[in-house]
Design a protein around this ligand. Structure first.
Ligand code: HEM
Ligand code: HEM
Length: 226
């Protein structure tokens, strides 16, 4: 199949995605290893939380393909896409497809919830989230259970997410991973290319992330003094 490279993802969105994957893997490793690694579990957890909050902001002010308004569509579009992918052709979209878009929202919400409950979690021995002291022992215990439970749900969602990416790669012959790594998709020459996509500069994304990260640390530090 003849293809042309078409720019789809800006650098901040790509960095966000792969930092999220590495961050969650590292955080998981630290939590499972325990002991002194819990300090790094909390630090990486706060970093992940900041990544997701950055992505929410970028979803409003970022490049066209990163905007929620561009990729969140009605259930009718989702159903239409579901019918399309059961057909023969490739499945290129100028951004997330209508079905994948809602998975993106679910993943973001799940990671946000995971990070937020972690702030209040406690192992009742040596480690507690920086905000655990703000709630009663019973509430901290409940949020710790939720923190454990949502991680299993997150793993499940991530597995479905990766399975979907593999489905596109091997069944639909659509390489989404390459586009998420390099920013450009191998667009089939036979299919109309997206035109007029606007991209925001990478420095803006990095500045926004820096501000969000600093703000998250500041808010946690202030709240932890109460
Ligand atoms: C902890 C595991 C993972 C999480 C939480 C996760 C989360 C996400 C999120 C939130 C997005 C949307 C990106 C954005 O618009 O900013 C996304 C997209 C994507 N992810 Fe992941 N991801 C995970 C693992 C992976 C892995 C292991 C791969 C590669 C095999 C992968 C491949 C992709 C691809 C190709 C896209 C773009 C999909 C598209 O073109 O619509 N993800 N992921
Ligand atoms: C957002 C990404 C996060 C992920 C994926 C994650 C994952 C996990 C997992 C899997 C465990 C259970 C380990 C085990 O006992 O087997 C755990 C425990 C824990 N997490 Fe997180 N966590 C995240 C964020 C955070 C944050 C932001 C904090 C606090 C700043 C935090 C604080 C804790 C604490 C204190 C425990 C110990 C609870 C216990 O042993 O019962 N986590 N986390």
């Amino acid at each position: 199949m003849q293809t042309t490279p078409v720019r789809l993802w800006d650098l901040p969105t790509r960095l966000f995605h792969w930092a999220l994957v590495v961050g969650i893997s590292f955080s998981w490793f630290c939590a499972e290893t325990g002991g002194n690694w819990m300090v790094w579990h909390e630090r990486s957890g706060i970093f992940i939380l900041s990544l997701v909050l950055f992505r929410l902001v970028w979803g409003f002010i970022g490049s066209d393909t990163a905007r929620f308004s561009q990729f969140l569509t009605s259930p009718a579009h989702v159903v239409q896409h579901w019918r399309d992918i059961r057909g023969q052709g490739t499945a290129f979209h100028a951004g997330h497809n209508p079905l994948g878009a809602w998975m993106v929202v679910a993943l973001l919400a799940m990671v946000l919830f995971q990070g937020s409950t972690g702030l209040f979690a406690t192992d009742d021995i040596a480690t507690e989230g920086p905000l655990a002291g703000l709630v009663s022992g019973k509430t901290a215990e409940l949020l710790t259970s939720v923190h454990h439970l949502t991680f299993n749900l997150l793993l499940l969602l991530a597995t479905v997410h990766v399975a979907a990416v593999m489905f596109y790669r091997f069944i639909k012959r659509t390489n989404l991973i390459k586009a998420m790594v390099l920013g450009k998709a191998d667009w089939p020459a036979s299919q109309a290319q997206p035109s007029g996509l606007r991209f925001k500069p990478a420095w803006l994304g990095l500045v926004v992330f820096g501000c969000v990260y600093a703000l998250v640390w500041f808010i946690i530090k202030v709240l932890a003094t109460f």
